[in-house]
Design a protein around this ligand. Sequence first.
Ligand code: 13P
Length: 231
Amino acid sequence: MKLVAGNWKMHDRGADLASAIRAQLGAPGVEVLLCPAFPYLREVGEAVAGSGIALGAQDLHWEPRGAFTGAVSARMLLDVGCTHVIVGHSERRLLFGDTDAAVAAKVKAAMAVGLIPILCVGETLEERDAGFAQRRIRSQVAAAYQPGCVVAYEPVWAIGTGRAASPEHAREAARTVRDAAGADVRVLYGGSVNAANCAPFFEAADGALVGGASLDAAAFAAIVAAAEVAG
Ligand code: 13P
C-alpha cells in the first residue's frame, strides 16, 4: 500500500489542519501520516484518532534521557502517540549539522522503542551535477538504514524549489535505495510534490513525503487520492 506523509516543518499548524485533512479524506485507502512540529503532536493525534491517519515527529535525539536541552527522545514521541519519526531530513543535515553517524544513532533509538523511522536521503545539486547522486544515496543508506525503516528519497535541489525531480530520476533513485537496503524497503519520493505532478511518483516509488502542499488540506487530499488510484 502507498504511504503519503505530510511534513509540516516549522509551520504553526495543529488540530485545525489535521481536522481539515481528516474531513477531506474520509477513510483513506492508503496509509497517511501527518508530521507536525513537536508542540502540536498531541492535539493532532487527538484530531485524527480513529481515522486511520498516523502521527509522526520530524526528529528525535538518540539518547533515551538526560541533560540534552531542547531535545526530545524516542520514548517521549511514543508517549504522545507517534508511530513514525522522520530522521536525517536534509534540513537537519544541512542546517543543524546532523551527520551520518548522528542519523544512524537516531534510527537505532527510534527502532529500539518501536517507532518506524522515515530515513531521508538525497544528493545536493553539486553532487548531482558532478555525477555523484547515486553514490551519495548509497552511502547515506549504508550509513543509517536498518530493516524496518522507510526510506524517503528527497533530492536537496527539489525541496521547496518548485522543481521536482523527473519521475525517471526518482525511479532510478528508488532502485539505488533498493540495491543498497534490500528489495523489501519502502521508498518514498519527496521534493516539490503537489497535486498536479504527483501521479507519476506513485508509479516510481511507494509513496510521497510532502512538504509545502501538505499544509493545504485540499491539495494534500488530492495527492492522497492520486496515491489511491495508483494502488
Ligand atoms: P516540499 O514538498 O515543500 O518541496 O518539501 C519536501 C520535503 O522536504 C518533505 O520532507
